[in-house]
Design a protein around this ligand. Structure first.
Ligand code: IDP
Length: 163
């Protein structure tokens, strides 16, 4: 039987995941892992971020020494943004991706996504919201609920079975 949003019952916490440019060719495996954890991808979009958009997404890091390198990296190719839903989705997805630095990830749990697909502290394959507040802000960034369409992103009507 297929795994549907209906079977989530009241376990509908949302988080925002992003497959970064270096891991785009791992998308199939990443989607498989998400379903195996009992989470559901309820929205997805492939986007080539402009530098200004990337700076907006990562605004909390604008004063960090790695900010420019981070913008170079996340604008180097398309990313896939995903709204991921399920019980404790924020925590489960953070656990699945592992720590920021892939070498720490490899020493902690070799099965995490950053352990498997990350290269270094910048090129770490995936993103995940770290709190309810950032999940809301980041989901709104990629999947705005209202307002004018963003010029460079395709707008799709979203399935309403999960809301
Ligand atoms: P997180 O993605 O694990 O939440 P953050 O501290 O929010 O980590 O950093 C955002 C992103 O910035 C990281 O995923 C990584 O790509 C990059 N980054 C973080 N710390 C460093 C660093 O010390 N050097 C280079 N890049 C970094």
């Amino acid at each position: 039987d297929g795994f549907t949003a209906r079977s989530l019952g009241d376990k509908k916490e949302k988080t925002l995941g992003m497959i970064k440019p270096d891991a785009l060719d791992r998308m199939g495996m990443i989607l498989d892992m998400i379903s195996h954890k009992g989470l559901l991808v309820t929205k997805a979009k492939m986007v080539l971020l402009s530098r200004a958009e990337a700076a907006q997404f990562y605004m909390e890091h604008q004063s960090k020494p790695f900010f420019n390198g981070l913008l170079d990296y996340v604008t180097s190719g398309p990313v896939v943004a995903m709204e991921i839903m399920g019980g404790n989705a924020i925590g489960v997805w953070r656990e699945m991706i592992g720590p920021t630095n892939p070498s720490d990830a490899r020493s902690q749990n070799s099965q995490s996504l950053r352990a498997k697909y990350g290269t270094d502290n910048t090129r770490n394959a995936v993103h995940g919201s770290d709190s309810k507040e950032s999940a809301t802000r980041e989901a709104e960034f990629f999947f705005p609920s209202a307002g004018p369409s963003r010029a460079n992103t395709a707008q799709f009507s979203n399935c309403t079975c999960c809301v």
